[in-house]
Design a protein around this ligand. Sequence first.
Ligand SMILES: [Fe+2]
Length: 347
Amino acid sequence: MKKYFFDKTKTYPLVVEPQNNNSKNNLTDWINAHKSEVESELTNHGAILFRGFDIKDAQDFEDVASSIDKDLKNDYLGTSPRNSRSKYTFSASELPGHYPIMQHCEMSFLSKPPRKLFFYCYVEPKNGGETPICDFRRVLEQMDPKIRSEFQEKGIRTVRNYDGPNQKSLFKLFQLKKWNEMFHTTNHKEVEEKCAEYGIKPQWTGTDKLRLINEQPATKTHPKTGEEVWFNHLSIFHADAAAIEYKKIVEYRKKFNLWLASFLLSAFTFIKKIVAKSENFSMHTTFLDGSEIPKKYVQHIEDLIWANMSIFKWKKGDVLALDNYSTSHGRLPYSGPRDVLVCWAED
Ligand SMILES: [Fe+2]
């Protein structure tokens, strides 16, 4: 196999390409014959991109992912709407293409987050739609020591508010799905049992609404390397994060329509913070004691994330393997066709 990096300043992703035989079986045979090499490169670099192989569909993708890790899972308690594509693969996100998805380690707010995450490009996007990745070990290492200590002392509390099966959420821009769609049931007891399994505190509010609360440290020790990693969903859930992200995207893309969306999003966030209590936002992050995290902290973290992000264009058939305990992912806005699938594994 041929191995290289896109960018000499970033050792992620490690790109692996075939020398001659590009069949899926050749890739899975090679992975099976080089298990410890693949495992240690994934741990060291945080990301491996298998490019140029003939990975035809969701089942091929699942076969490649399970050759790296047999313990694939299909319980999903995250935020994005997803559609099932094979036993263990899903569309990465059904969120409209103009939504940015900020950097996060998958399901970092759960007591049992995935150890590995896999993406597959079935239809490559032509306009945007990259899945940037970032080494969250570096983000923590480069963080202002005072801000880092404050996060490590105070911890993180995330709140998500979900409407019930019979509520309409036309005016909630970031109300992503209803709690019955997330838990695949309308039974409160079943929801509570699932929450207990994953370390989520549920609160029934208003007329059949559900508030999900997660309390966690801001960082996590990598189980294999012992390194400390920035490991939480601040960039997704904090009320200011989307507006900050859009400004970054405008600087990166330099497009007028994105500038307009950025302006409207900033205005919307400003008004929302005046008229509503943060506890009732669709999503929000505070310190563990409920005190607000200053916007300048969120800005500092977003600056570090963008400085360490690796952005590359998808090619059809690409399979990206991530060490979810060190390496985050997100999505840049796009227009036109794009079909990227996801699956994940636990140790
Ligand atoms: Fe994700």
